[in-house]
Design a protein around this ligand. Structure first.
Ligand code: GDP
Ligand code: MG
Length: 300
């Protein structure tokens, strides 16, 4: 390599923060397309999603953590805590996302978790577009800086793309030197099958909102091309019979709606004609049973 040529850089970036602060939106904006699923409803990202950004000789590998929550009894939430912490230990940089001037108990908990790691942490103050009085940001920053030495602090709006370039520039310059681990045009290591499950789950959340609090999961049973059409069979697993009725809706209208919305998104994302079949099945007590979780693919 000659002296003039820029160094090849590559590293892992964890995006942490409590639910709903805008972690998925930020990663999507950095990657320039929709991969992780965003929703108004917190906690829709159950898998840590790897998004890949290759720019100016640097490859940033994003781990979008499901969030670090208050300890609760359900196995599913314990899984999310563990997986978020595991993600933190093995990365080169951490982006700690908070929103506006808010500082909650959950933000505090995330900060405490960060005390256990030596990785450089940049503080991202998101949703500044929603602030009327921007002059209050600086005192807020000063207060937070007393709690931890942050490598950088970026007030920005992930949704509007305001000041995201400053963060991107810093990432690209700061990640360690190294060979790229993925081809430069690859944006995710997740399969199309996985994306299909995520899109169905997003539509489920969006169409049902508060009626279905985190009780459902989606499994892709089959995924194959036939006569130029992609046939996808997806299974929606819920905890109780009552939830099954809610998902299906009056004369099946909710399920139909979820299916249509998901199919349209997938046809666009995968650039293919799609036949999507959805089934709803009751899998009693799954979120309380560690072993059932593993068989569904939730692992550390
Ligand atoms: P996550 O749970 O941290 O991954 O949060 P999401 O990325 O799913 O975002 C949660 C909600 O906040 C969504 O409705 C986003 O559209 C919204 N949001 C994210 N970033 C911004 C921002 O910069 N400004 C505003 N006004 N809303 C945002
Ligand atoms: Mg998210």
């Amino acid at each position: 390599m000659s002296l003039e040529s820029p160094q090849s850089r590559c590293g892992y970036v964890a995006i942490v923060g409590r639910p709903n602060v805008g972690k998925s939106t930020l990663m999507n904006h950095l990657l320039g397309q929709k991969i992780s699923i965003t929703s108004r409803k917190p906690q829709t990202t159950r898998h840590s999603i790897l998004g890949i950004l290759t720019e100016q000789g640097t490859q940033a590998l994003f781990v979008d953590t499901p969030g670090i929550h208050k300890p609760v009894n359900k196995a599913i939430n314990q899984y999310m805590n563990r997986s978020a912490l595991t993600a933190l230990k093995d990365v080169d940089l951490v982006l700690f996302v908070v929103e506006r001037l808010q500082w909650t108990e959950e933000d505090e908990l995330v900060l405490q978790h960060l005390e256990r790691i030596n990785t450089p942490v940049a503080l991202v103050i998101n949703k500044v577009d929603q602030l009327d009085d921007k002059s209050r940001v600086l005192p807020h920053i000063e207060q937070l800086s007393e709690r931890r030495t942050f490598a950088q602090i970026f007030p920005l709006s992930a949704l509007r793309g305001k000041n995201v370039e400053a963060l991107e520039k810093w990432l690209l310059e700061t990640l360690p030197e190294g060979e790229h681990l993925f081809p430069d045009d690859q944006v995710t290591d997740r399969s199309e099958r996985f994306l299909a499950a995520e899109v169905v789950r997003e539509k489920l959340m969006r169409n049902l909102g508060e009626e279905l609090p985190y009780a459902a999961t989606v499994e892709i049973e089959s995924f194959k091309f036939e006569d130029n059409v992609l046939h996808i069979h997806a299974l929606i697993l819920v905890e109780r019979d009552g939830q099954k009725k809610i998902v299906i809706g009056h004369q099946g209208e909710k399920l139909k709606r979820i299916g249509t919305d998901a199919r349209k998104d997938l046809e666009y994302m995968l650039d293919a004609k799609i036949m999507l079949n959805l089934w709803v099945k009751v899998k009693a007590g799954w979120s309380d049973d560690e072993r059932a979780l593993q068989s569904l693919g939730y692992r550390d």
